[in-house]
Design a protein around this ligand. Structure first.
Ligand SMILES: *Cc1c(COP(=O)(O)O)cnc(C)c1O
Length: 397
């Protein structure tokens, strides 16, 4: 069964695809980790209080990340929205109910070089983004990127938080931003959606002093596509939880899970909040937790070996082709190995990518803006059954 016939999509007349491009949302993300689909089905067999389920999830996520608390969200972007909502409203119920009207203290500072489409999620919660710094290397016009002092200069009484988008070479270092933020008691939100592997990153940003960190559940963790993790300071996670829950209950009857939501710190119960529009159900929460536990149990080395074997299988099958083949990160067990096909030039690579997408069962490969003459086979979302059809497509392309 490949991306073609026999699938539930084929039976409905929906064209399938072969995804060698990675866990892209538009290509329906990657496969679920072993046991996740079964756990989601099992979760279907009984009812549960979502607060109790999220309180349990908080413990699992805290143990995995070193954070005080955690929440399963409807993806990393949902986590960013809830993180912003927590920074804007804190534990003030009236402020929660008013979002996305956030009042005066509504600014979230972000380095210009960290801006990306996902930061719309913070604006959706009511934040106004304030850009700082200059990514001069990106402009080819200097050697300095944003510096910690740029953040310091931008902090005012209207600042609700700082957004830091993590990549392996993000500038300035997170620790420097945290030092500036701590001095002024401003929370730092880290978007680490795609920063796994290495597995050690589950705890690295919390250890570096981030107040809130988001991870995608639908990327290498292997959870449902619509799942993610928000973890960090207990009071901020509590605020995020309150703004995502559906606690349609009288104050006197409300007995939230102790240790997760502290009722004594609240003046009332917020209504369905800004996060209610990106709700998570029990299936996603259980699915994410089982995926996270599997992710931790498997470990970087075994995961890398599994991905590398898939790259090597494709590489072996492509021996007759004229493309120059090379596996990136073949020995970097804390990275994702990818098979690189180097073509004559950027035009040849773009042409082959187009031809592959135009096949009866479209084939999607990854691209690297820094190497436009290359196509990349990313093994993370590639099913074993798709290896042979992928090879055949590449050989005929
Ligand atoms: C993928 C990604 C997101 C969104 O993650 P979802 O779980 O799909 O919502 C956000 N930020 C960055 C940097 C990402 O790479």
């Amino acid at each position: 069964m490949s991306g073609g016939d026999g699938t539930i999509f084929a039976r409905r007349g929906i064209p399938g695809v072969i995804n060698a491009a990675g866990t892209l949302t538009r290509l329906s993300s990657g496969p679920l980790a072993p046991g996740v689909a079964e756990a989601m089905r099992e979760a279907d067999a009984a009812a549960v209080e979502m607060e109790a389920l999220q309180a349990h999830a908080s413990g699992v996520i805290a143990a995995a990340t070193g954070a005080e608390a955690g929440l399963v969200t409807a993806g990393a972007a949902a986590g960013l929205l809830l993180a912003a909502a927590a920074c804007l409203a804190g534990l003030d119920v009236a402020r929660m109910n008013a979002l996305p009207k956030a009042g005066r203290r509504n600014r979230i500072i972000v380095a210009r070089g960290h801006r990306n489409g996902y930061d719309h999620a913070l604006r959706a919660a009511g934040a106004r983004l304030v850009e700082v710094g200059l990514p001069e290397p990106a402009a080819g016009a200097g050697c300095r990127d944003t510096e910690a002092c740029d953040y310091a200069a931008a902090i005012t009484g209207r600042t609700a938080g700082i957004l830091y988008v993590s990549t392996p070479d993000a500038a300035p270092p997170l620790a420097a931003v945290v030092a500036v933020a701590r001095a002024q008691r401003i929370p730092v939100i880290v978007d680490a959606a795609a920063e796994l592997p290495p597995q050690s990153n589950l705890g690295a940003f919390i250890a570096a002093g981030a107040d809130l960190v988001v991870f995608s559940g639908g990327k290498v963790i292997g959870g449902p596509a619509g799942s993610g993790i928000l973890c960090g300071r207990a009071d901020l996670v509590m605020s995020a939880a309150l703004q995502g829950l559906d606690a349609d209950v009288a104050w006197g009857d409300w007995t939230p899970a102790p240790g997760f939501i502290d009722k004594t710190r609240l003046k009332g119960l917020p209504r369905q909040g800004i996060g209610r529009a990106c709700k998570t159900g029990k299936h996603e929460v259980i699915g994410l937790l089982v995926a996270l536990e599997h992710f931790i149990a498997e470990g970087d080395a075994a995961r890398h070996a599994r991905w590398l074997a898939r790259c090597e299988a494709v590489m072996a099958g492509l021996a007759p082709s004229r493309a120059a083949l090379h596996i990136r990160n073949a020995s970097a067990t804390d990275r994702i190995p990818v098979l690189e096909l180097r073509l004559a030039d950027a035009g040849a690579a773009a042409g082959l990518a187009r031809a592959l997408r135009a096949r009866p069962v479209p084939v999607h490969l990854a691209r690297d803006p820094a190497a436009p003459d290359c196509l990349l086979v990313n093994p993370v979302a590639l099913r074993e059954t798709e290896v042979a059809p992928l090879i055949a497509a590449l050989l005929s392309g």
